[in-house]
Each structure stands twice: as C-alpha cells, then as structure tokens.
Design a protein around this ligand. Structure first.
Ligand code: PMV
Length: 324
C-alpha cells in the first residue's frame, strides 16, 4: 500500500500591524497588508499521512479527534493539495501544540502553516515559500505569516496568486521578545473569522484601512532600523485602531477585560521610566507585551504582579516553519 507522509513544525506569530477584514472572505484576501513577528518556543507540530485505503480525512488535535467545521476547514486545504498532486487519497492529520490551549493564544496561524507545509511535502509537491504561504492563508489569514522567518510582511496583493507573506528580516535581526500576559477570560470570545466579517459594519474601518500603508511603512522602517521607540508607538496605535473598529462594529466586539486595560496603562507608564515595552492585543483579552530580550525578565516579573494576569509566557522572535 502506498503512503505519503510528512511532519512540519511552525510557530504562532504576533501581528505588529493587524489584519482585520477581508475583501474576499472565501479566499481570505485581506483589506490591508500586515506585519508580524514569529514566536519562538511556541509551536504546532503536524503530521500528514495520505493513505490509499482511507475512506475519509481524519483530524486529531492534541490526541482528540475533531469532526465538523474544524475537519472541513482542514479538508478544504487537503483538497487543494490533492488536486495539485493529481491523486484522491484521503489523509490522517495529527496535530499537537506545545502551548496551553484555552490560554487564548491563537493557534490557527501555527496550525494552518504547519498543515500547508506538511501536506504539500507529503504529496510530493515542491512548492515555493510564497506558494505555501498562499495555501496557509486559505486556512487562516494570519497563517500565511507563520511560513517565512522572523519579521514578516503579508502583502494584500492584487489577487489570490499575489497575496502571500515574505520575510522582512530574519529572527536574529533584532533581539525582541513577546511577554504574553494571559488574562483570565470568561466565555469564549467571537472568533476571528466571524470578526473579519463584522469589520465593514464599523464606520471607522474605512479610515483604518486608508491609513494602513502609512503605518506599515513606519513599522517596516522601525524593524529595519531596530528603532524601538518608533515600533512601540506604531504598534500600540495600530492595535488601538483595530480595537476601535471592533468596538464600533454591529454587533459590537469588546475583547478587553479590566486586566487588559490595567496592563496597557502599566506598559505605557513603564516606557516613560525607560523600560522598552509596548502592548498589542489580538481578538481576545490577552496582552502581548513586545520588549527587548534584555528587558523580558523584568517585564514578565512586573506583569505577574498585575491583578487579573494569570500567567506570563515569554517568546523570542522565531524562525520559519520547517519540516522535521
Ligand atoms: O488569521 P485570523 O483569521 O485568525 O485573524 C487574525 C486576526 C488578528 O489576530 C486579530 C490580527 C492579526 O493580524 O493577526
């Protein structure tokens, strides 16, 4: 019996300039470009086995079999791979995260990046990095950015072929870290797929999108010049603008908890005291505090003292997705 197997590992990424809203939700073509940093040490490891005798795709995440929409989303990526490879074999997909699930750290970026890399390789396709990034994008937009190394830009592009991510600078270009303040959250927040669909209902979204090229340019330059003050200012501003859109969508999306705001205020105050730290927040209550690696232990210690902060994870700037 013929089998085709590969295993890949990839990290989540934290967006410095956020992706929020699609111009084509089926193809996950974004309304704006975005920039992120991969998070080292946190990873998803995914094995894909295409097997002749299998009747249907099977998905196992952290040892639990997943059916329904989760499996359908994975099968739609596998369908593209099967079509490109010219075979019909179904696949078993085994995926494990080394970071706590339910801690509110988005796992879909790392998951779909690892799936895209492992499945193309298992099928014997020798795709370029942009092609694999595009495939990952179809599973989860931000997954496109977990394929290249280090500091990454996802360009909105003209069309499906042209919308992929590429590395602006390798992981060791700048010794940054992300101290993730895990804020104890209540019921599960609205997922990002649903959130992207609500973005156009905010009257602020057009202004956010129109100003994004300017913020992208400031962020790119700040990374290339390792200018922390410029980076801090633009990432906090970009996060605030995205949350303004979220809060003014219909229905409104409020992701912050009281501890989220407490961390934001503390981080701004630390910066006035010379601690190189800046906040950014995704579609949840956790605060990602971006700081220099030298300051990361001090920042983590300060974060742990803030009431409502459950735990703090520290991740350095990370590498590209890779086969193992
Ligand atoms: O890739 P998605 O659909 O999970 O969207 C990610 C959205 C944000 O995390 C809020 C922003 C971003 O650019 O990562």
């Amino acid at each position: 019996m013929k089998t085709h197997t590969a295993t890949a590992q990839s990290s989540p990424n934290i967006a410095f300039i956020k992706y929020w809203g699609n111009r084509d939700s089926g193809l996950r073509l974004p309304v704006n470009g975005s920039i992120s940093m991969n998070l080292d040490g946190l990873f998803t490891r995914t094995s894909v086995n295409f097997i002749q005798a299998l009747a249907a795709d099977k998905l196992v995440i952290n040892q639990h079999e997943v059916a329904g929409p989760g499996l359908d989303r994975v099968s739609s990526i596998l369908d593209i791979v099967r079509q490109a490879a010219g075979f019909q074999m179904k696949a078993e997909v085994f995926s494990e995260n080394n970071f706590p699930t339910g801690a509110g750290i988005a796992s879909s970026a790392a998951a779909f990046a690892a799936l895209a890399l492992a499945s193309t390789h298992a099928a014997g396709l020798d795709w370029s990095e942009p092609a694999i990034s595009r495939l990952a994008r179809l599973g989860s937009g931000s997954a496109s950015r977990s394929i290249p190394a280090g500091f990454v830009e996802w360009k909105m592009g003209m069309d499906d072929q042209d919308s992929y991510a590429f590395s602006i600078a390798p992981a060791d270009h700048w010794d940054l870290a992300d101290c993730i303040a895990v804020v104890n959250s209540g019921p599960k927040a609205t997922g990002s797929t649903e959130g992207h669909a609500l973005a156009p209902s905010s009257p602020l979204q057009n202004a956010r999108v129109a100003d994004t090229p300017r913020r992208l340019e400031i962020c790119r330059q700040a990374i290339l010049e390792r200018n922390f003050e410029a980076l801090a200012s633009v990432i906090e501003h970009d996060s605030d603008i995205m949350h303004a859109v979220m809060m003014t969508s219909r229905p409104a999306l409020f992701y912050w908890k009281p501890a989220t705001l407490a961390v934001m205020e503390a981080v701004r105050e630390w910066r006035t005291r010379g601690i190189p730290a800046a906040y950014t927040i995704d579609a949840g209550p956790n605060v990602h505090v971006i700081c220099t690696r030298a300051a990361s232990n001090q920042v983590a210690k300060l974060l742990r003292k803030i009431p409502g902060v459950g735990s703090v994870l520290i991740a350095k700037s990370g590498p590209a997705a890779r086969l193992i």
